[in-house]
Design a protein around this ligand. Structure first.
Ligand code: NI
Length: 386
């Protein structure tokens, strides 16, 4: 029986697990219930389980018929987002202000499904390493696991990650060799002016006027500084200042993100933000502090592993449902740090089109569960072959 057919026989149980995780979302590094659920299930399948890696991470180790084979890592994320869910699903979030709006409930379930299949069939030689990571959403869960010795304690020859894509086409797997997702920096800009009565602006230094001027000037980084042939995004996503109609506030806070693929463009964008801040501080007599954090690296698929991912998806889903050289995206993913440590490949699996990732009305497409589980399981069966 093919992995897909076999996993379909218990797809209902996996869907129930997904709904349970969905109803109980936990933010990054707080995935205690989710991690416990995963660890108990793996243990129940006879898989060796290690808890608490990188905080709330879980690692499962499953040996095949013999150890004469390669070691293949599969990774899923467990964290939810700080979003108030706006669906009427019977299993909607029971936690106010928290929601699985990126489908990590589905990814965790797909990896549990693959682990169960592999534990029941053990039709491989070598080792499967199941990595359930915490805190993917900008909090550094992958780096925390790596720092905690993930690849020293549980070495793998290669590693694979899978993410749903609610833009369809349904059941199509997309991957590519080389860069597939962008690097991300998060920036904070604090403008310290001088507060004053709104009717006496001459006595103050208005941080809102400075901030709006700086925000406009920052649009020139992509438009005028970056090589047009190299992708760059500079998005200001927060602007906080003031609390009254008649008070010029003392300070303003801007924050946002830079997305790039090229290291030189990445440092150029940071340098330009700092230079503009310095210039606008001098021009307006304000003080401006800039803090820029490196949050995500470029996610770069290894050529051999990306080709293997596409080949296995073709075997399972047919060539019409595989894109082996898809367009990269400016989004980011901390799986990037794992594939910097070992060769690997990341792929997207298209779901029935619906509200996008990180949207309050988003819901993971349950029909992807057996597809994703079968793909992950088959990676182990085929890639462990020495
Ligand atoms: Ni995600």
């Amino acid at each position: 029986m093919s992995p897909l057919d076999r996993i379909k026989t218990y797809a209902d149980e996996l869907t129930a697990l997904r709904h349970d995780i969905h109803a109980h979302p936990e933010l990054g590094f707080e995935e205690v219930r989710t991690a416990g659920l995963v660890a108990d299930l793996l243990q129940g399948y006879g898989i060796e389980v290690h808890r608490g890696l990188g905080g709330t991470g879980v690692v499962g180790i499953l040996k095949g018929r013999t150890e004469n084979g390669r070691r293949i890592g599969l990774r899923a994320e467990m964290d939810a987002l700080p979003i108030e869910e706006a669906t009427n699903l019977p299993y909607r979030s029971t936690v106010p202000g928290k929601m699985h709006a990126c489908g990590h409930d589905g990814h965790t379930t797909m990896l549990v499904g693959a682990a169960r299949y592999l534990a029941e069939t053990r039709d491989f030689d070598g080792t499967a390493v199941f990595v359930f990571q915490p805190a993917e959403e900008g909090l550094g869960g992958a780096r925390a696991m790596i720092k905690d010795g993930l690849f020293q304690k549980f070495p793998v020859d290669e590693i694979y990650g899978l993410h749903n894509s609610p833009n369809g086409p349904h059941g199509r797997l997309r991957t590519r060799p080389g860069p597939i997702m962008a690097a991300a920096d998060f920036f904070d800009i604090r403008i310290i002016g001088r507060g004053a009565h709104a009717a006496e602006p001459q006595r103050g230094i208005d941080p809102i006027v400075v901030g709006t001027a700086l925000a406009q000037a920052m649009q020139s980084i992509v438009a005028r500084n970056a090589d047009p042939l190299k992708s760059c995004v500079v998005s200001i996503t927060q602007f906080h200042a003031g609390a009254a109609y008649n008070v010029i506030p003392e300070s303003a806070h801007l924050a946002g993100t830079i997305r790039t693929f090229d290291a030189a463009i990445r440092s150029l964008a940071s340098e330009r933000i700092r230079a503009l801040a310095k210039g606008y501080a001098a021009a307006y007599g304000a003080e401006i502090e800039v803090e820029i954090q490196d949050v995500f690296s470029v996610l770069e698929n290894s050529a051999e592993q990306a080709a293997a991912a596409a080949e296995i998806a073709t075997e399972l889903f047919g060539s019409d449902n595989v894109e082996a050289d898809c367009t990269p995206r400016m989004g980011s993913e901390d799986f990037a740090d794992m594939v910097m440590a070992v060769p690997g490949a990341y792929a997207w699996l298209g779901g029935i089109p619906g509200p996008g990732l990180h949207n309050a009305s988003y819901n993971f497409d349950d029909s992807l569960i057996p597809l994703g589980s079968a793909y992950l399981a088959r990676l182990v069966e085929r890639r462990t072959v020495a």
